[in-house]
Design a protein around this ligand. Structure first.
Ligand SMILES: [Zn+2]
Length: 356
């Protein structure tokens, strides 16, 4: 028998746990898993299964409404910045206090809850308050890719369901099942690092190799001058805009499919604004992933340089420079999750990397 959890590729254990909980929900769940684990789809599937009379058949009207993001009793609380703001968490609490309109639960979804831990905002207590004694028909679903110790009290109030990272061969197999050729599937899976959604986008992206080349070539040009740094940062920036094009195309196709499905049953697609907002969020996340892939490429260049320098008895200066570059790359990687200013981040990085 198929159900909404069948879409969770390579997650039989998590799917079994979620199937069980969909029938007897507690008041808060934490879906966790390494980068690339598709926590958003798991959260949506769990929400659908809690509303559906058949616990997530995937075919009924209720299931479809939840999966399309237009069920009035399932709210994905929007986050405007990179970190959660207190007002947004209060909004989550407010929605959680509402009685559901239909049969089923009032489901409130908060994604990437680890982003509540911005040092400047005391958002963690606000989140705890949100999870305190919700009404009996309310369920919170939180997701987090990593769980710093500060989140311990939050974790302790939730039932945690862990998802695993997919291996590249599993991602490739899923793409072949989608209709990709083996070579296409292998290349996209390698570049996506276990992230199936990203692999699905990369599969239709012929320029991914050329974009990584831009990152790989950058160290040759960087000489510590602001002019060179600005040129390289500008090129990185332009490549991010290009990277988004296949994702935007995929989202447009998905929207068209939903519109066609709505027409088939004689209606109009409702919740278009929510869908578009979700698409914008996904685009922001995708840009961050793209920068991460670029940083990994850069780091490989400097690790190679470090190895060569260490093999050379007169290579001490070059080894030091490569180590400094690796530090700058890792600092940029940390900044991505907190900094809104992408241009500045790229420029600072380019300036910090100088060729020895
Ligand atoms: Zn259903």
């Amino acid at each position: 028998m198929s159900d909404v959890f069948d879409t969770l590729v390579g997650q039989p254990d998590a799917a079994a746990a979620l199937r069980h909980h969909a029938r007897r929900p507690v008041h808060a769940y934490l879906l966790s898993g390494p980068a690339g684990a598709d926590l958003a789809s798991a959260a949506l599937a769990l929400a659908a299964a809690m509303q559906c009379e058949e616990h997530g058949c995937g075919r009924c009207d209720r299931c479809r409404r939840v999966l399309d993001g237009r069920d009035p009793d399932v709210t994905l609380v929007a986050r405007s910045g990179i970190a959660w703001r207190i007002e947004e968490l209060r909004e989550a609490e407010r929605v959680g206090r509402r009685r559901p309109l239909g049969a089923g639960r009032q489901v409130v979804v908060l994604e990437d809850i680890e982003r509540a831990l911005d040092a400047a905002t005391p958002a963690t207590p606000a989140l705890l308050k949100t999870l305190e004694e919700p009404p009996s028909r309310t369920v919170f679903i939180l997701t987090a890719h990593d769980l710093p110790p500060e989140l311990e009290t939050i974790v302790s109030r939730c039932v945690e369901v862990r998802l695993r990272a997919l291996r590249p061969d599993e991602v490739a197999a899923a793409l072949v099942a989608d209709g990709a050729s083996r070579e296409e599937a292998r290349a996209a899976a390698e570049a996506a690092g276990g992230d199936l959604r990203r692999a699905r986008v990369l599969r239709r992206d012929p320029d991914v190799g050329a974009r990584l080349e831009i990152w790989r070539e950058a160290p040759r040009e960087l000489n510590g001058t602001p002019a060179a740094a600005a040129r390289v940062a500008e090129r990185w920036h332009a490549s991010l805009d290009e990277a988004l094009a296949p994702l935007v195309a995929l989202q447009a196709e998905e929207l068209a499919r939903r519109e066609a499905a709505a027409r088939e049953v004689g209606g109009r697609l409702t919740g278009r604004r929510e869908i578009e907002e979700a698409h914008r969020r996904e685009q922001r996340r995708y840009r961050v992933e793209e920068i991460r892939a670029g940083l990994q490429t850069l780091a490989r260049v400097y690790r190679d340089r470090l190895r060569e320098a260490l093999d050379d008895e007169r290579g001490a200066d070059r080894a030091r420079a490569a180590l400094a570059a690796l530090d700058a790359i890792s600092e940029a990687g940390e900044r991505i999750t907190t900094s809104m200013n992408e241009s500045l981040l790229l420029y600072d990085l380019a300036l910090a990397l100088r060729s020895p």
